[in-house]
Design a protein around this ligand. Structure first.
Ligand SMILES: Nc1ncnc2c1ncn2[C@@H]1O[C@H](COP(=O)(O)OP(=O)(O)O)[C@@H](O)[C@H]1O
Ligand SMILES: [Mg+2]
Length: 375
């Protein structure tokens, strides 16, 4: 899959610009604050309906304007697709696919797929479990509408369950909690199973990518942390792998065990909204013991593995966006990364283009200055 054409209208610092990308490596280069990341952001927006910068929709409208547009045309084995996002100062954003307006973001997901990486993704390693769940959620939502809708519904039910837990009427809590638990567990089951499968597929691919990028010097391991899946172990002869478990039953058991605690806390203390991913390098928790460089490479390996999961699922690669990823890598990791992504449409932003980046024959360089491509 690759994006052929992108048009930005009053988007961030772009007034009007069209990009004709090649299906290989596309380098957006230029000084700081010229619009390189803005363009990378727009591509991810087209794919997911969200900004990787986690800003509010309206913030992308060029200062002083009242609307903005991103229009992109992509080609995949299914043919061409045109996606159009419109942002308004005084209304919600509009989405069109092949000219037809859609109402739900879920219908946008999966039309154009992408994997986004920038130095901010270090938070994937360093920061809270929320960032690692976000990684799974964004990736899985692009791959599976079922996951995306289950996640939306899970969040709604969770909110209602939490509201109930905060109520002062204990009798009502005891009378109605099991109703919410049952619903919660239904959506949770979809989420947890998909996450387990995702991690299972991700592990060998991340190992491969990581040892490739590090020249075989490091080994990465990854697992999903969801303690409630071990709840029923005490009833089992020999504990089974998470994927073989009755996930729904495990969660219901865990919820029941924690009723008193959850009432005291006023929120639900167990479930997929608390899951985490544990990442180790050479058997040490990379979050606690990894160097900055190891953490950076781990985050990159996760993203490269994600790329392969997409490839295995859809039989074609998504678009890879590497925002400012090159400045942070040494020369040998850089060239290994470039040869790794051979055959994948890649959008690279960087301030300096060095010789070693220009080895591919399928390459296009865009000089970006003040929201324009400079000829
Ligand atoms: N809504 C907006 N309207 C106009 N300019 C914006 C808007 N949002 C961001 N910018 C400008 O975009 C520039 C940053 O662009 P960015 O793509 O992040 O730079 P870089 O080329 O370093 O990646 C800044 O100068 C910022 O002021
Ligand atoms: Mg930038």
């Amino acid at each position: 899959m690759f994006i052929k054409n992108l048009i930005l209208k009053n988007y961030r610092n772009y007034e009007y610009q069209e990009f004709n990308f090649c299906n290989g490596v596309n380098i957006l280069t230029g000084d700081n604050a010229q619009g390189k990341t803005n363009c990378a952001e727009a591509i991810f927006y087209l794919c997911t309906g969200y900004s990787p910068r986690a800003t509010r929709d309206k913030q992308v409208i060029k200062y002083g304007q009242d609307s903005a547009k991103i229009i992109g045309t992509a080609t995949s084995s299914y043919g061409n697709v045109e996606v159009e996002l419109s942002f308004y100062n005084n209304a919600n954003k509009g989405i069109k696919i092949n000219g037809v307006p859609i109402k739900k973001i879920g219908e946008l997901m999966g039309n154009i797929n992408s994997v986004f990486f920038n130095p901010g993704e270090l938070k994937l390693i360093q920061e809270s479990p929320e960032d690692r769940r976000r990684f799974m959620d964004i990736s899985l939502s692009q791959m599976s509408k079922r996951y995306f809708y289950a996640l939306q519904k899970y969040r709604k039910v969770l909110e209602q369950r939490n509201d109930l837990l905060k109520s002062n009427d204990k009798q009502t809590i005891y009378d109605t909690l099991s109703f919410w638990d049952e619903q919660l567990a239904v959506y949770a089951e979809t989420i947890i199973k998909e996450r387990l499968l995702f991690i299972e597929k991700l592990v060998p691919l991340a190992k491969k990518a990581h040892s490739y990028i590090t020249g075989n010097s490091e080994e990465i391991s990854i697992s999903l942390e969801a303690q409630y899946l071990d709840e029923e172990d005490e009833f089992l002869q020999s504990p089974t792998s998470h994927l073989e478990k009755d996930v729904k039953k495990c969660l219901l058991l865990a919820l029941t065990k924690r009723i008193e605690k959850d009432i005291a806390l006023g929120y639900t203390s167990v479930g997929p909204h608390r899951d985490d991913i544990k990442i180790k390098i050479n058997n040490e928790d990379v979050r606690l013991y990894g160097s900055q460089g190891q953490q950076r490479t781990s985050a990159l390996s996760l993203k490269l593995a994600e790329l392969e999961v997409f490839k295995n699922r859809f039989n074609e690669y998504p678009v890879l966006i590497l925002d400012d990823a090159f400045s942070e890598l040494d020369k040998s990791r850089r060239s290994r990364l470039l040869s790794y992504v051979d055959g994948v449409q890649t959008i690279i932003t960087c301030t300096d283009v060095t010789e070693d980046m220009l080895t591919s024959s399928n390459i296009k360089v865009f000089n970006i200055k003040n929201g324009k491509i400079e000829e």
